[in-house]
Design a protein around this ligand. Structure first.
Ligand code: IPD
Ligand code: CA
Length: 252
């Protein structure tokens, strides 16, 4: 299976059908609820239907944000968030995209994160490096005075004085891809709120771009064995040990 061709094909089809709703109220019409209890909006449904149309005939396991898990007892599991940053999409804030991850026997195999507006394609096969539109990418070299981070926490943290800039954009999977390309130095969510579907594709890309990915204790981040659309994670992604240590110190 050419997972990269398939992922991009699905992304482009979703793009064609949902972009006419960008920033429009009709797209946000509630049409159901996801397994984790969030509302499913019209654009989520349209994009998820496209995903299922392509993946169901393959008889792979599917974990998707709105449908949940379809277990076909396959060695392959495809984890998708058809639109990461749905709220941004419907309110017209230009940070959202498509997240497509493939696991083989529950091990990360391929990740594709695609931004509809810029048409930026971030991708990585495990062990083969990370790429943005075909060009190799690496995390940025850390310099405390120049660091830019994003974070999500229920604690009243103030990291503004600790880094050069804080940028919180509301599409975690896309923001993780920004760490991989060096536009952000790090990102974390310790609510815990992000799901496998939000982080799986960019997890693979960030790893291949050299990021350190841990839980809230600084221990190596691991997906739960049972990949599903409901578990919530604490996750820290950093381009450097020094940044990771600063974050761990602040969230203690
Ligand atoms: C959401 C975004 C957001 C994050 C939430 C996610 P969705 O994804 O990634 O940044 O804070 O935890 O649920 O719902 O727009 O696909
Ligand atoms: Ca979504």
């Amino acid at each position: 299976m050419n997972w990269n061709e398939l992922g991009l094909k699905i992304a482009k089809e979703i793009e064609k059908d949902v972009m006419p709703y960008f920033g429009k109220k009709e797209g946000a019409k509630i049409v159901g609820y996801s397994p984790s209890g969030d509302t499913t909006e019209l654009v989520d449904r349209i994009s998820e239907d496209i995903v299922l149309k392509h993946l169901k005939p393959l008889n792979v396991n599917i974990v998707s944000e709105e449908t949940g898990t379809i277990d076909n007892n396959s060695e392959w599991t495809v984890v998708i968030d058809p639109i990461d940053g749905s709220f941004n999409f419907t309110t017209g804030f230009p940070c959202f995209g498509f997240c497509f991850a493939v696991f083989k026997d529950n091990n990360p195999y391929y990740g594709l994160t695609y931004e509809f507006l810029t048409k930026n394609t971030y991708e990585a096969f495990a062990g083969k490096g990370a790429f943005l539109n075909g060009e190799k990418i690496k995390v940025k070299e850390y310099n405390e005075k120049e660091a830019v981070i994003s974070y999500y926490s229920r604690k009243n943290l103030n990291l503004i004085g600790k880094v050069r800039r804080v940028r919180i954009m509301g599409a975690f999977g896309i923001e993780m891809a920004y760490v991989a390309r060096g536009a952000l130095d790090g990102i974390f969510d310790i609510r815990p709120y992000v799901r496998t579907t939000d982080i799986a594709s960019s997890y693979i890309i960030c790893k291949e771009a050299g990021a350190i990915i841990t839980d809230e204790n600084g221990d190596e981040f691991k997906f739960k064995f049972d990949l599903n659309a409901t578990d919530r994670y604490n996750i820290i992604v950093a381009n450097d040990e020094k940044l990771l240590n600063m974050i761990l110190e602040e969230i203690k």
